[in-house]
Design a binder for this molecule. Structure first.
Ligand SMILES: Nc1nc2c(ncn2[C@@H]2O[C@H](COP(=O)(O)OP(=O)(O)OP(=O)(O)O)[C@@H](O)[C@H]2O)c(=O)[nH]1
Ligand SMILES: [Mg+2]
Length: 179
């Protein structure tokens, strides 16, 4: 029986969850983006209302299933559903948002039980548009929690960036998973 793993991407609206899964999925991803009137203030056309799904096929036939949550809190009933059976969380944060540390706090708190049972890796997107806060500032903030997750600058549109973040998550979970 080939092993199957599931990881979950979460983070605020526009952080790049849908884009990231698009970038690394080996199959055309399944998206549930809808246009909404309140999207006009964002740089993007759609927002996820249920989930994203993609998959990475590993060389040995194993699969990593990728699930993206909606960013909007009004769809937070999906968050528990999507984390069930997952082995780790990728938290994407948008560095151009008003208060990315507040976003980080909110999502670490919302997914606290899941993170306690599994592991988390953090990707900070849009650093080309806003260079502050710096990655070192995120590390500084994280000292307040009992967590030492990997934190990377990630462009969700770049496959290699997203791939490195996923690898760091798998590695923090089980060094044997990465080769
Ligand atoms: N300039 C820049 N744009 C980025 C970067 N990462 C992602 N984007 C863009 O930011 C937008 C992210 O949109 P989505 O992927 O829909 O975001 P999401 O997290 O799925 O949002 P919701 O589903 O609404 O919660 C897209 O237009 C991406 O092309 C980055 O590092 N730099
Ligand atoms: Mg989305």
């Amino acid at each position: 029986m080939m092993k199957q793993y599931k990881i979950i991407f979460t983070g605020p609206v526009g952080a790049g969850k849908t884009t990231a899964i698009d970038s690394i999925s080996d199959l055309p991803p399944v998206k549930t983006d809808a246009t909404a009137s309140d999207m006009t203030k964002l740089r993007k056309a759609g927002t996820t209302v249920a989930m994203d799904y993609g998959v990475i096929n590993l060389d040995d036939g194993e699969k990593i299933h990728l699930y993206g949550t909606p960013g909007q809190e009004r769809f937070d009933f999906m968050w528990d559903i999507l984390t069930t059976g997952g082995i780790g969380l990728v938290l994407l944060l948008d560095n151009t948002r008003a208060d990315p540390f507040q976003d980080m706090h909110f999502f670490l708190d919302s997914f606290r039980d899941f993170i306690t049972d599994t592991t988390v890796a953090i990707g900070v997107t849009q650093m080309d548009l806003s260079t502050t806060p710096a990655i070192s500032d995120y590390h500084q903030q994280l000292k307040k929690y009992d967590l030492k997750p990997p934190v990377f600058s990630v462009d969700a549109r770049v496959k290699n960036d997203v791939s490195l973040l996923v690898q760091s998550l798998l590695f923090s979970l089980d060094p044997g998973l990465e080769d």
